[in-house]
Design a protein around this ligand. Structure first.
Ligand code: AMP
Ligand code: MN
Ligand code: MN
Ligand code: MN
Length: 282
């Protein structure tokens, strides 16, 4: 068989429903044109794009898994848990995500208050404009506003100088609990995946505890090949997947053609000694 590892699966990206700039249909077309044959849209804390993404994928003859990326607070830090193969209409996960989104508007107003204090007015309205009709307002929308205002050259520079801990516009936030997020995903019939583990600022002991605890509560996979990892991290997290007995996932984390340096479907394949998370769905 053309090995399952070399399937062009892209199981992590964002649409206008969260903080991406393309519609679910535009993403489906772009993914397919780039060679993706198994796709998942994983908007932050939102399932509002799932029906459209699935219809668009099917129309192109591309396999689809319903997905989500849930914001979680664990040991005082924000981590992201991807859910794949979920029932996007399941009441348990819909309610959990609704609750997770609730604090965003208030947080955004506090972020804008801080930005005003460093001489940047109108950030709440500005970010809301970038968020469009969708209820989900995120730091990415603020970042785009700051670029538009000429405060920073690009969103990368925004996230170095604003909106992160210790910088103006950072507001600590309590997201979902890890155990709850995994439970919602399981209740909706999906599998839970730790997104971009290389991005977290935990020490080795905390990472060990995260992996063990995640496994204990029924988490099954980690992202190994992601737009957030360096080639060295592909190796590191490949080894970790084997060591802890996790399946491996692959996803670009694509948000926008100009902002994202890795396009849909453009990452290296999963190494063939790892078991892909999509083996569960074939
Ligand atoms: P929020 O969920 O509102 O905290 O926003 C988080 C989003 O901000 C992430 O999903 C990324 O899209 C974006 N983001 C966070 N850190 C960075 C960074 N260093 N560079 C670019 N985008 C970032
Ligand atoms: Mn994002
Ligand atoms: Mn993420
Ligand atoms: Mn993401």
């Amino acid at each position: 068989m053309s090995s399952i590892s070399t399937l062009n699966a892209d199981l992590h990206c964002h649409s206008v429903v969260s903080d991406g700039t393309l519609t679910p249909e535009e993403l489906a077309e772009r993914a397919y044109a780039n060679g993706v044959r198994l796709w998942a849209l994983t908007d932050h804390d939102e399932l509002g794009g799932q029906a459209r993404a699935k219809v668009a994928a099917k129309a192109l003859g591309m396999d689809y898994l319903s997905g989500v990326e849930i914001s979680v607070t664990w040991m005082g830090q924000t981590i992201h848990i991807v859910g794949l193969g979920i029932d996007a209409e399941h009441a348990v996960i819909l309610e959990g995500l609704r609750h997770t989104r609730e604090g965003r508007s208030n947080r955004a107003q506090m972020m804008a208050d801080q930005l005003l204090k460093v001489g940047i007015p109108g950030a709440y309205e500005g970010a809301l404009h970038f968020a469009g009709n969708h209820q989900l307002i995120s730091r990415t929308h603020f970042a785009r506003f700051l670029v538009e205002q000429g405060v920073c050259r690009d969103t990368e520079h925004v996230f170095k100088n604003y909106l992160i801990e210790g910088k103006p516009g950072y507001v600590p936030h309590q997201w979902a609990k890890l155990d709850d997020a995994v439970a919602w995903i399981k209740a909706a019939g999906g599998v839970a995946v730790i997104a971009h583990p290389g991005r977290y600022k935990f020490n080795a002991m905390q990472m060990d505890e995260l992996f063990k605890h995640f496994k204990h509560i029924g988490g099954v996979a980690i992202e190994v090949i992601t737009g957030s990892h360096s080639p060295d991290q592909y190796k590191t997290y490949g080894k970790i997947a084997q060591q802890y007995g996790f399946l491996a996932s692959r996803g670009s984390d694509f948000h926008d053609p100009h902002e994202s340096h890795i396009d849909l479907g453009a990452l290296p394949h999963l190494p063939d000694h790892l078991t892909p998370v999509w083996s569960l769905f074939q």
